[in-house]
Structure formats: structure tokens, C-alpha cells
Design a protein around this ligand. Structure first.
Ligand SMILES: [Zn+2]
Length: 146
């Protein structure tokens, strides 16, 4: 699974879960991606946020793609993000700014396979994705966005 931070032409930001980047491309080109807040179909990828490496063991509730029904409901998205955040905090090890380094070690088998989260720069996140390392943005708490 891969998660992108997406935004519509009106600047709404939201998350989209995809099987892989090709799935994102086909949905984006097919015009089936819509903004959950305004229904706009001009969707593009937003900047990467601090990220999470997921191991093979992922709960269904986290790996499930956002359904059209959920997309239509901002509250559902908020609940989904809160649940995902809780899952990460309960199941992942916080590695702070060493995120990119640790993610590589795990990917290349130099460290124990586990969930981690921490901070990374946009460039670090891009490099990890280029290396085929599966990362996802850490869902922000809507309470903190005010
Ligand atoms: Zn929108």
C-alpha cells in the first residue's frame, strides 16, 4: 500500500491509499479521484509529511483504501486518521529525525523489521520512495491544524 497526501484545485488536502503508484496514476488519469470535501476531480499530489514505514503486518482497517462513501464524509476521514494515528502510536517505535536512516536499515535487512515513525524531510521521503521503501504520511490531528 502507498499513501499520498493529495490536494484539489481549491487547496483541500486529504489522504489517498493506493495499491501502488501505478494505481494512483490510472485513477488520476481516469478522473476517478475526487476531493472528499468539494468533489473536485483536479487532484494532485501534495508535499510528503513526516512518514511511517509499514512492515508486512498491517491491520485491515489501516490498509483499506478510502472508499467513495468515506471520501464523501469528512468526519469519516477524520476518524480514519485518528484511528491510524492511534495505531501508529501503539505499534510503531518513534525514531525522530533518524527516520530515513532507520527506514533504510529495515528495508535492507540491517535492522529488525518493525513499524517506525519519525520525522523526515520531503527530499528524504522522495529518496526512500525512489528506493522502493514503503512509507506513508503520518496523519495529522485535525485539532492541531487550527
Ligand atoms: Zn476540494
Amino acid at each position: 500500500m502507498i499513501v499520498y497526501n493529495l490536494s484539489c484545485a481549491r487547496g483541500h488536502e486529504f489522504e489517498g491509499w493506493f495499491t501502488d503508484s501505478a494505481t494512483y496514476d490510472s485513477q488520476e488519469q481516469g478522473g476517478t479521484l475526487v476531493c472528499p470535501l468539494c468533489g473536485d476531480s483536479k487532484i494532485r499530489k501534495a508535499m510528503m509529511a513526516p512518514a511511517l514505514v509499514s512492515s508486512a503486518a498491517k491491520p485491515d482497517s489501516v490498509a483499506a483504501p478510502v472508499t467513495p462513501e468515506a471520501k464523501a464524509n469528512a468526519d469519516a476521514i477524520r476518524q480514519y486518521a485518528a484511528g491510524l494515528r492511534k495505531f501508529i502510536e501503539n505499534n510503531a517505535e518513534y525514531v525522530g529525525p533518524r527516520f530515513a536512516e532507520e527506514a533504510r536499515k529495515i528495508h535492507y535487512g540491517e535492522a529488525e523489521e518493525r513499524h517506525i515513525y519519525g520525522e523526515s524531510t520531503v527530499n528524504e521521503a522522495k529518496e526512500l520512495i525512489d528506493e522502493g521503501i514503503e512509507i506513508a504520511p503520518f496523519p495529522v490531528d485535525p485539532e492541531d491544524m487550527n
